[in-house]
Design a protein around this ligand. Structure first.
Ligand code: 2F8
Ligand code: CA
Length: 162
């Protein structure tokens, strides 16, 4: 079970059960401070909306150390790609983090990003293994990883009456 896969600081945000994004299940989201891992299907925009509800945004992975840590945790929960906060929707070929941080570190899988088919403008981690990034169509429904900023999870649960 998840307890054996995750480190001690893992908490399950009961508040996720009270949050709503149309058509997106959030009840299985788990937080490993400061991240929230949500294994159920959402488009990139729905994922951003859910992350905003958690007081954050889709995760920014700025160093190899952070990227590996998040990828390993994510892969332990679900061995499948998950949205992160990277896209080139604004300008094809120019990848930007949702939070505006500079894109210094990247871990694209070989031959990615390739804007395959009708176009792929949103970034997902963990394609075919931890810490390999791929670009995918933004309306594809994937699990996702949020990064929370300055919100106390226990306080969030208390204030939502859980
Ligand atoms: O071959 C890599 C290629 O594989 C798929 O397209 C056939 C991926 N698309 C989906 O999974 C929707 C591409 O993103 C990937 O580049
Ligand atoms: Ca691709």
């Amino acid at each position: 079970d998840a307890q054996t896969l995750l480190p001690e600081e893992t908490v399950v945000p009961a508040a996720a059960g009270a949050m709503k994004v149309d058509g997106v299940a959030l009840t299985r989201c788990v937080a490993v401070v400061p991240y929230v891992f949500c294994p159920d299907a959402a488009s990139f925009d729905q994922a951003e909306e859910a992350c905003a509800g958690f007081g954050g945004q889709l995760v920014t992975l700025q160093t190899q150390q952070e990227s590996e840590r998040v990828a390993d945790l994510a892969w332990g929960l679900r061995d499948w790609p998950l949205w992160m906060g990277l896209s080139d929707r604004q300008e094809e070929g120019v990848w930007r983090w949702s939070g505006g941080d500079p894109v210094d570190y990247t871990a694209w899988k070989r031959h990615e990003p390739n804007d395959y088919g009708a176009g792929e403008d949103c970034g997902a981690m963990n394609r075919g293994g931890p810490e390999r990034w791929n670009d995918l169509p933004c309306d594809k429904r994937l699990g996702f990883v949020c990064e929370r900023s300055g919100v106390d999870l226990e306080e969030m649960d208390r204030s939502s009456g859980q």
